[in-house]
Design a protein around this ligand. Sequence first.
Ligand code: ADP
Ligand code: MG
Length: 297
Amino acid sequence: MSIEVKNITKLYKDQKALNDVSFKVNSAEIVGFLGPNGAGKSTMMKILTTFIEASDGDASVNGFDVNSEKKNVQSSVGYLPEHNPLYTELFVREYLSFNANVYGTPKSRIEEVIELTGLTPEAHKKIGQLSKGYRQRVGLANALLHNPDVLILDEPTTGLDPNQLVEIRNLIRTIGKEKTVFLSTHIMQEVEAMCDRVIIINKGEVVADKYLKDLREGQDQVVVVEFDYRVEDAFLLKLPQVASVKNPSGFVYEITFSTTTDMRSHVFDFAHDNDLKILQLNQKNTSLESLFRELTS
Ligand code: ADP
Ligand code: MG
């Protein structure tokens, strides 16, 4: 078990930020901690990374208790805080080597994490000169320095532009093949794009804990596609196994397929064959969407 949370409650003065929260995260899973702003996500993450203590309950990371085995917890987790404080005047390597010294990590690891997070082309720059996406990579590289088994990422994709978003999501998915990743977000699509499982939190309480594959089960598949030009619905209905087509806005189409097989490549081929350019192409988890709305509204 990578993360185990048992009946955690956290009070800030008399305000309950977390109320009797329990969940477990298995090794090598990517779990999304999804909830609206103020739900208690950052509070939970600060407890798991030993930055603050819970008012009640127990939690462990990698088998180490967050209260009595703080040092072991810290060496087991890499943490990307929500407002990651980076020293804009430092060069990327300078910053990482400063932290490597703090952790007692060998210098050779610095080049490894630079490579791993795709920082190589920007690694000679000052942090202040980097785009938000690359700064986020520096944060991730820093979290990975001591090669922890568990990564706790607080809203890792917030504030990124669409291209950076795709790159950071891919990076997190790659990291998640080897490590346990527990990431928070208030955006449902982020869970859909990166996670195996979702834990939904609302007003300090866990209200759902589901594997995405179970949520998708028995559901029709909805593919959201945006073309650069108008397409007649009738035309899209020629795609294999189409059940219906909706055009919610502009050149965006929601195509429902009566199959669970991923149909995005068919849509892609269709666009290619008809000289259309695709501006976005996603699967939409209708059950995750309705679950999230229902539980947090
Ligand atoms: P989230 O990360 O899901 O947006 P937070 O864990 O940051 O939520 O906050 C949960 C609740 O606790 C919010 O109502 C917030 O205002 C409150 N809170 C967070 N940190 C503090 C603090 N240091 N002092 C008092 N209240 C806080
Ligand atoms: Mg937060």
